[in-house]
Design a protein around this ligand. Structure first.
Ligand SMILES: [Zn+2]
Length: 267
């Protein structure tokens, strides 16, 4: 959702909304209230979007399976059979949400108590989630006694970490998947939070390449294919570790593939 959020932000963010339209009668009063106001900032929260207005209120959308955002110049609509659920328009551009979506509007201060938001994990790609915040989150009572290999796939822990990032984060922080936050010393905890932050952002910027930039450039030049230089360890079982030359192992944790270097990530 991060890319969609950036697109909405660049098309209509920071602008006065001349159109705010909802397909749902219950949200009708909000059309009037938000029209003429500035859409200040768009945040992601896992698969949800938070469209924050200048008065502190916020439109919450969760796309579920079929929801789709489309973008057009003001006054135009895309040629689609989908049903429009939400239209936001400035003087120049429109952002339009089609098909099944959960949509709500929250008053300033209601955000933390919304059921989805209360159970969603920390969104590493939000503006508040710096390394300190992530480190504090990791040692919360709710998580400190669970193994990292399981925790990292729990969307209630960190939103948006998929399966390949789990292996890559553990490798970059040099940690075995069976370790729990409670087992980590201060340096390890810091390293883990830094790896989470660095790799989440890197994977967005590089469209999924998590390996070190300098190494990627070097291997690309040497004729390596993307799938071979893309990750530190993920999908590389049997091949040698970039750091120590020992073979990468594959195990199954929480029902999904996890890759690790037995030397760089000792038990
Ligand atoms: Zn290694």
């Amino acid at each position: 959702m991060y890319r969609v959020a950036c697109r909405i932000q660049s098309d209509i963010g920071g602008q006065v909304m001349s159109e705010v339209w909802f397909a749902f009668d219950r949200l009708e009063p909000w059309s009037k209230r938000l029209t003429g106001r500035v859409l200040e900032r768009v945040d992601t929260l896992g698969k949800a979007l938070l469209l924050n207005f200048e008065d502190g209120s916020c439109i919450y959308t969760h796309n579920q399976l079929y929801g789709r955002w489309m973008f057009k110049p003001a006054g135009q609509r895309p040629d689609t059979n989908r049903q429009l659920r939400l239209a936001l328009g400035s003087e120049s551009r429109s952002a339009l949400l089609y098909s099944a979506s959960e949509i709500d509007v929250l008053e300033a201060g209601q955000l933390e108590t919304h059921p989805f938001i209360a159970r969603a994990g920390l969104d590493v790609l939000s503006s508040e989630a710096d390394v300190d915040r992530i480190a504090a989150h990791v040692v919360d009572e709710a998580y400190r006694r669970r193994q990292l290999g399981h925790l990292l796939l729990d969307q209630g822990f960190l939103a948006g970490v998929g399966n390949y990032l789990r292996s890559e984060i553990l490798f970059l922080s040099g940690l075995h998947w069976q370790l729990r936050p409670a087992d980590l010393d201060e340096g390890q905890l810091r390293g883990f939070a830094e790896a989470v932050h660095a790799l989440m952002w890197r994977s967005v910027r590089t469209e999924g390449i998590t390996n070190d930039r300098a190494r990627v450039v070097e291997l690309e030049r040497a004729g390596w294919k993307r799938r071979d230089y893309r990750h530190y360890v993920f999908n590389r079982d049997g091949q040698v570790c970039f750091e120590c030359d020992r073979p990468i192992e594959r195990v199954t944790v929480s029902g999904r593939r996890l890759y690790r270097c037995p030397v760089c990530q000792p038990g």
